[in-house]
Design a protein around this ligand. Sequence first.
Ligand code: F0G
Length: 442
Amino acid sequence: MRVACQRCGDLLDVVYEWGRLRVPDSLSAFEQKWARRGEPHCFSGVWRFHELLPFVPVQQCVTVGEGQTLLRTSDGVAQFTGVDPDRLYLQYEGMNPSGSFKDNGMSAAFTHARFVGASRAACASTGNTSASLALYCSATRLMKAVIFVGSGKIAFGKLSQALDYGALTVQINGDFDDAMARVKEVTEQLGIYLVNSVNPFRLEGQKTIMYRVLEGLGWEVPDWIVVPGGNLGNSSAFGKAFHELLELGLIDRMPRLAVINAAGANTLYQLVEKQGVRWNQGQGDLSRVSRYYDEMDAQGRRASTIASAIEINRPVNFNKCIRSLEWCDGVVREVSDQEILDAKAQVGAGGMGCEPASAASVAGLRLLVAEGVIRPDQQVVCILTGHQLKDPTATVAYHTTDQDQFNKVLGSRGVRRATFANRAVAVPNNLDEIIKAIRLYS
Ligand code: F0G
């Protein structure tokens, strides 16, 4: 599976000849698929937009029922971020079959893998890509999964999924970037299909998150999309989705894009906001990127954040992401682990709950409102990329009364307070004491 150009080394991109394809002349035409949701490709939140990612005939597209996700307002989270009530929407991708947005891209990459006759697929992962690949393999039995994870670097919810689904799980003594480097070598040597987001078909599937956001908003373009940034597949896919829709005349303006790094894994933030690296229609000076990586290696700096999903040094989709930032007049921000966990607690208390990396979007929005970059009356969509149950360790440590547990899991990462902690009340096994406690605390 070739994912990069042999001449320049940059990642491949899927480009359609729209003039030769049949694309609906309005986005609302996709609503007709709802009436046919008894058919798996109309039920799928990815494939009911097949006309916008038509790289394989629809009957050959693999689906496990992904993309049944929700766009909801949350006044509690809006208040926390400083956005006016009813102006903040949360796109909850945790509702996907494997509990994260990855299923959108996996259904597409898996489809392509089968289309080219692959029987084994592999990925390196901070946990969600691997859970997704493992699920597609177990649910369809069409391929075997080989997954590479950094030892001790993956949240328990995610690891348990890969094991339960029966994937061959290779734990590497290293971090995500090490696992990524090894999986590239292994897949090349053994001829295994690679489903990381270096694979351009993954991004095609992830475009549909934006189609569903538009659908949830009655096909209106929001002012801002705010998304966490790790390997930068989502931000790359989102910009491409809107750029194509604009090109096709299906929308009349672009939203703005905010990509939020964890401060402990802030390559994009450093390069874009501090060093001014720009896409510049493909003519930008990207030599600073490799210099940055060389410095990182020379100084032995490695990403470190409680948001383990986005604990990444070298985001593989960097170039496509800065192209999206240009198309969407985007910004990049970084947020601390403290800010991420406080935002996560607010999402739990006033939204649907999410894993730490997802809450970076909400923490980033709060910062951008405080800075005046996003106005309170603007319509904003934060992407909640993963389910709350993915990382119970971080959640329980935040809410715990056990100081040792707090220090071990969070204190070691510079988290000092749990401002929004909801502490369990310890009571003796005695009815009177229990009733007393309930009267006192409720
Ligand atoms: N949020 C969650 C929950 C993730 O799992 C990831 C990435 C991201 C955000 C970052 O998204 O790469 O599109 O910028 N997880 C990958 C994995 C790296 O292996 O599961 P991105």
